[in-house]
Design a protein around this ligand. Structure first.
Ligand code: ADP
Ligand code: ADP
Length: 225
């Protein structure tokens, strides 16, 4: 079964004459282990699609299923935004530990789980550091670790590296590609950058904001499944 299934999806904001069509009609399936990138001009609905998959919004028309269920916030997808959105004066370990607590992981198991997650994002040994003391790139690594906390098998990323300098961005791209391939994590990654899309993606969906045009669905790179 696909990890994400989108059928006849249309979404708009507002009602009646003021309604803004944000997305659709769109149908797609994302199989386990795929690294799907969403590209397209500003306003074409990339963030909207991510929010629908995350369960922050529910579809105006059509259906979205994640692991066969209607998505809900705090459900089976982990999400990473352009800004890390961590608690800056708390430790790296606390920030991830909170997500583990939310996922129902018992307190006694959390330190080991935190260490394992930090290892996966290349930050082994940093659990005791305060978030404000680490760099922006490291903070975004913590945000990825937090999104994976609780055994999340689906990662949603909304331009997560757009605010980073070029060198840091390249390192994070490389490490995310390795980590997701090694662990078989399914990913949906929004980006404005064609370079980034081609480097990371196993498939790309190009959305448009012209009424009546359909989304382009392109296999890129090697399929991972
Ligand atoms: P993208 O991420 O591709 O830039 P968005 O998903 O943010 O696109 O937006 C798609 C369309 O929906 C745009 O026309 C945008 O103005 C509109 N939109 C997005 N969020 C809202 C909102 N909360 N209320 C009203 N319109 C919105
Ligand atoms: P709530 O508990 O928020 O009232 P409901 O389960 O009653 O939610 O559904 C609210 C709306 O969402 C209904 O119109 C329903 O058809 C629609 N809906 C249900 N399942 C899905 C799904 N998987 N994807 C998108 N929309 C759905």
């Amino acid at each position: 079964a696909p990890v994400v299934s989108v059928r006849g999806l249309r979404h708009s904001y507002g009602r009646g004459p003021d309604a803004v069509t944000a997305l659709g009609p769109l149908s797609l399936e994302i199989p386990a282990g795929e690294f799907l990138v969403l590209v397209g001009p500003s306003g074409c609905g990339k963030s909207t699609l991510l929010r629908l998959i995350a369960g922050f919004e529910h579809a105006a028309e059509g259906a979205v299923e994640v692991f066969g269920e209607r998505p809900e916030p705090g459900g089976r997808a982990g999400i990473v935004f352009q800004q890390p959105r961590l608690f800056p004066w708390r430790t790296v370990g606390d920030n991830i530990g909170l997500a583990l607590a939310y996922a129902g992981v018992p307190r006694s198991e959390r330190p080991e789980r935190v260490a394992g997650l930090l290892d996966r994002v290349g930050l082994a040994g940093t659990a005791g550091r305060r978030v404000w003391q680490i760099s922006g790139g490291q903070q975004q690594r913590v945000a990825i670790a937090r999104a994976l906390a609780g055994g999340k098998r689906l990662l949603l990323l909304d331009e997560p590296f757009a605010a980073l300098d070029a060198l840091t961005r390249e390192r994070l791209q490389e490490d995310l590609r390795t980590m997701s391939a090694e662990t078989g994590t399914t990913a949906v990654f929004v980006t404005h950058s064609v370079d980034e899309a081609v480097f990371l993606g196993s498939r790309a969906i190009v959305l448009t904001n012209r009424p009546g045009t359909v989304a382009l669905d392109l296999p890129i790179g090697l399929p991972r499944t």
